[in-house]
Design a protein around this ligand. Structure first.
Ligand SMILES: [Zn+2]
Length: 342
């Protein structure tokens, strides 16, 4: 049985890097903060569902937390996927505050929260579309077909009020609160008792999923039309916010508050990968760290054990995979209180 750890997605990591690297006067931009909280709420909701799944032994299932696959180059994302030899379960997580009202005639979901209304596509339709894409992907990539795929929309926050005034039966069946997830999985286990593929087939699908999962890094610089003038120059002091830190003997130090840090370059370089470019050269690194020294940039890059291509002046150091980014990292807007609002 394979169960991966849910990683903080790029959508959240990139915003956190943005808050660290923007000049302090740009960090409280309300659009950027709202967008960050939206992505953070999604991630938190998925973690709540992970918790529910962890309360029950799910032998015979592989569990994938956060997948992005492609059919004909069109990506689709699955919050949580359970696979077994008998059936697959696609779980879409919704972490939304307030009242959710389903209009079955328009296939629309309306969220009422803080005296405002916002419309969304029906999450049930969304899961149907994921089912079709997953089925197509299985046929294209693994040549397996005919495995039943079930879907559920899981409401992560028990305080969310869900209304289905026309009592649409599909909505009633597919949309559940997180605490109903395990009983629902047990119902599905009782429904699908025959093996549709053997263990070798399941293993092949598992390998294909791991091979094809391509997490997406958003381009926030382009999205918010940011330029160099919005960003800090060099490394910021985590204590007094002065920048840039200066390089002393084997460490960085702040000439304002005397803080010293041996590895401050690592965060800066990782944030560069998250925000600007998936590769960096020695020359670009010197500019990034605001140092004149080839050796300082070289030592900083080498210490990170990054994948390298090219040689001498053309050498490029490549961004690490998602799992190498720190999961708990410093975000400078201390007054920000993340909520579960989406
Ligand atoms: Zn300082």
């Amino acid at each position: 049985m394979h169960v991966n750890k849910r990683l903080k997605p790029y959508s959240v990591l990139c915003y956190e890097a943005l808050f660290r690297q923007l000049k302090p006067q740009h960090r409280n931009n309300s659009t950027i903060n709202q967008d960050y909280l939206f992505h953070l709420a999604g991630y938190r909701g998925e973690q709540l569902v992970d918790y529910q799944l962890s309360t029950h032994p799910l032998r015979h299932f592989h569990i994938y937390k956060g997948l992005r696959l492609k059919v004909n180059n069109n990506p689709f994302q699955i919050d949580t996927l359970l696979t077994s030899t008998k059936f697959f379960l696609n779980i879409e997580v919704k972490n939304m505050k307030g009242i959710l009202n389903y209009n079955s005639e328009l296939d629309q979901l309306t969220q009422t929260y803080n005296n405002s209304e916002k419309g969304y596509q029906s999450p049930v339709l969304q899961t149907f579309s994921h089912e079709m894409q997953l089925n197509f992907w299985l046929q294209q990539v693994t040549s397996f077909h005919g495995i039943p795929i079930e879907s559920l929309v899981v409401i992560a926050d028990p305080a969310t009020i869900v209304k289905n005034p026309k009592n649409d039966p599909t909505f009633n069946e597919k949309v559940i609160y997180a605490n109903k997830l395990i009983p629902k999985i047990n119902e599905l286990k009782a429904k699908y008792t025959n093996n549709r593929i053997n263990k070798t087939g399941l293993r092949q699908i598992h390998e294909a999923i791991l091979r094809c999962d391509t997490p997406k890094k958003p381009n926030l610089i382009k999205y918010y039309k940011l330029n160099n003038s919005h960003f800090l120059s060099g490394i910021e002091c985590s204590n007094c916010h002065h920048s840039p830190l200066k390089r002393g003997r084997k460490k960085w130090y702040c000439c304002k508050c005397n803080l010293s840090d041996q590895t401050a370059h690592a965060r800066k370089i990782l944030d560069y990968f998250l925000l600007f470019n998936p590769t960096i050269t020695n020359k670009e690194c010197k500019l990034l760290l605001q140092t004149e020294s080839d050796k300082t940039a070289y030592t900083a890059l080498k210490s990170m054990e990054l994948f390298e291509t090219g040689s001498n002046r053309g050498r490029k150091y490549h961004a690490p995979p998602l799992e190498k980014y720190p999961q708990h990292s410093y975000v400078p807007n201390k007054e920000r209180k993340p909520t579960l609002t989406q």
